[in-house]
Design a protein around this ligand. Sequence first.
Ligand SMILES: [Zn+2]
Length: 496
Amino acid sequence: MTVTHLRWTAVAAVLALSLAVAAQAPPLTVLSREGRKPLPITAINNRDYVAVDDLNSAFGTSAREDRLAGGLTISLRGRSIVLTVEQNVVSVSGRLVNLPSPPVRRDNRWFVPVEFLPRALSLLLDTRLDLRRPARLLVVGDVRVPRVVARVDAGITNVAVTFEVTPPTEARVTAQAGRLVVQFEADVLDLALPSLPPQTFLTGLTAGDTPNTVVLTTGPRYASYRVTTSQADAGSGRLTVDLLPAATTDAPAAPAVAAPDARLVIPSQAPATGLRTVVIDPGHGGEELGTQGAKGTLEKDVTLSVARRLRTLIESRLGAKVFLTREDDRTVSLDDRSAFANNHQADVFLSLHANSAVRPALKGAEVYFLTVERADEEARKRAGDQATTLPALGGGSRDIDLILWETAQARYLEQSAALAGFVEQALADRVEMSPRAVRQAPFRVLVGANMPAVLVEIGYLSNAEQETQLASGSYRDQVAQALLDALIKFRGFLEH
Ligand SMILES: [Zn+2]
């Protein structure tokens, strides 16, 4: 075998191997005081690798290969990292560092897994290298790059844009022609923006011209804004920009009476047309207790009691058929609950729950309708583990099952939003409301519902005063009466 032949065989083998397992991947963005620049990434065996020559030009290091030993030394200012091909362990100035996969030598180039950057190269540079994989960012040193995750909640009479900022970072909002600019005290933002729900307050939510700003492009219903800030949890801050309309004349009219000790009002009867069948879903049941108050009040008992009271009211006052997803204390799956409503051809689906929060001061009722996210890459990723975590009002988080775009409920979002508005107004006349009373969230129980559907959190069992209320028959009656009022309004809405 000649030397030439041997070399060509080797080249052919390397080429074949490269085609099989190496591929171009999106680059990392390196953020430093000097600005941002891309760092090319090569996927090798489905892992992200960086070429050592690219590292050298990005960080000013130099490399020397020892072909006989199959090793490579990367140096800077008298310090060095020694790599050995196909070895997971590298030596950084004599200290051993583990890598999730070994360095690879290919086409006369050396490649290291991206974890090499924070684990080994940062020791050589004596600088923090923060690898943020979802955003494909490498943050160098003390650059201020807060993680900013935005959420949009569309209500009937407002749209709230909430930024969860980690770590907490000062921000200010300025109004310009046709837009609001949110400027953070940061060098650059590690930004996650959602797609917008259908509404007309906000037509765009984008990164601004400077790397520390976000721009809200306002829509036809927008007239003014209100900013509130709060602590999301120990490590995060929260900034909410509420977009408000000029007048509420096109919003559903609020009932005129709001007596503090409102008695049960019997509304006038009207022929049932658009609202023939109502399904009420008492949350939880059986082994699933739901949340629990300090004095032992169980969510599953509260929801069943309110559901029974509401059924009696609807049957006598609205003349509609009413079915409960559970008649007693039993376990029913979330999917079975919406399937039950579909099987009964319900015209409306009301899911009843009681809330809990880490902060005991939080109280008031809340109404939710479904958020539907487009099946983008992130949603698909989360679909993989079937659940996602939603930051809960006032700290902590709750696990919720994931929603995809292609759902039964997607077609009813507008009607559900209207129903949520009626429920919110009716509840506000009779019981205390949370500051953000109408919200959107991807609740699994609403997804499969093939009709307008809302989820009502009728109060906080984690609040001592509210636990007493939720345990009382009079409060349960007030909630049931409010839900009846809302259904009467909604029936009028459907008949238009
Ligand atoms: Zn619940």
